[in-house]
Design a protein around this ligand. Structure first.
Ligand SMILES: [Zn+2]
Length: 259
């Protein structure tokens, strides 16, 4: 278990990356870590993620009351608390507005194309939660249909929220969501993405199931995705073996970072 100063350092590092990658503008976005049963360390409202310092983070309890720190919590902290209350395996929540995946959220398009092997093997589909006004209680409840089975959710006309067993897992999931959105966006501009064959998708889902069974890294529903599968065109067996191998390495690498 990390010390509080280590948690603070990690949050500042993730905030710096989020800002450098332009996943947020101005004072947008928020990051939190559940450091104990009833304590959350979180970014405050009103400060740019690139300028934030460790002593500006605030500590709240599971009711959202500030118990340490001199700044105000973000109004979107409700979304974080809601996630922690719904899943005990979630120890960190990252919310940002990365422009491409948020573009999908604004266009009303979920990231469920089943076309990128690494994404299927590590992340699964990214659903689109219905719209609610940011900062309201309603926003937190828009994720209710997905929180039990997803580590990343698009928030309609708003942004992305990701979850993880530690802050770097949650952050890397955000990176993966944005990167896959970029790829799907390019594919759509080139005539549309080609979904993998169902048998290939099944193999990737099996890889993810085994990875999840051997760690508490992710918590994703597999059965529902099988219902959504489409047929596609990747048929080169050696290619698939290669991407599966890389996906496994990716899962192992991600699960070790930040621990
Ligand atoms: Zn937001």
């Amino acid at each position: 278990m990390k010390s509080e100063s280590e948690y603070r350092r990690d949050i500042i590092e993730v905030c710096r990356r989020i800002y450098q990658k332009a996943y947020v503008a101005s004072n947008d976005g928020n990051v939190s870590v559940r450091t104990s049963e009833n304590e959350i360390l979180a970014t405050p409202t009103g400060i740019n993620k690139g300028d934030l310092s460790a002593d500006q983070l605030i500590k709240v309890n599971m009711s959202g009351d500030v118990i340490a720190g001199f700044l105000k919590p973000s109004s979107e902290l409700k979304l974080h608390l809601h996630a922690y209350k719904n899943r005990r395996d979630i120890r960190s929540v990252v919310h940002a507005h990365p422009p491409i995946s948020t573009g999908f959220a604004v266009a009303g398009i979920a990231l469920d194309q089943m076309a990128i092997p690494e994404v299927i093997a590590t992340l699964g589909t990214v659903p689109l939660a219905p719209y609610a006004t940011p900062s309201t209680d309603e926003l937190a409840h828009t994720i209710d249909d997905y929180i039990s089975k997803c580590n990343a959710i698009l928030l309609s006309n708003h942004g992305v929220v990701t979850f993880g067993p530690d802050i770097f897992s949650a952050y890397y999931t955000l990176e993966r969501v944005e990167h896959s959105a970029y790829i799907i966006w390019v594919a759509k501009s080139l005539g549309g993405e080609k979904a993998l064959r169902r048998s290939d998708i099944d193999r990737l889902i099996e890889i993810r199931r085994k990875a999840e069974a051997s760690s508490d890294l992710t918590h994703t529903e597999i059965g529902e995705e099988k219902e959504q599968l489409q047929t596609g065109s990747v048929s080169d067996e050696s290619y698939l073996v290669d991407v599966i191998a890389r996906a496994i390495v990716d899962v192992i690498k991600t699960s070790k970072i930040g621990k």
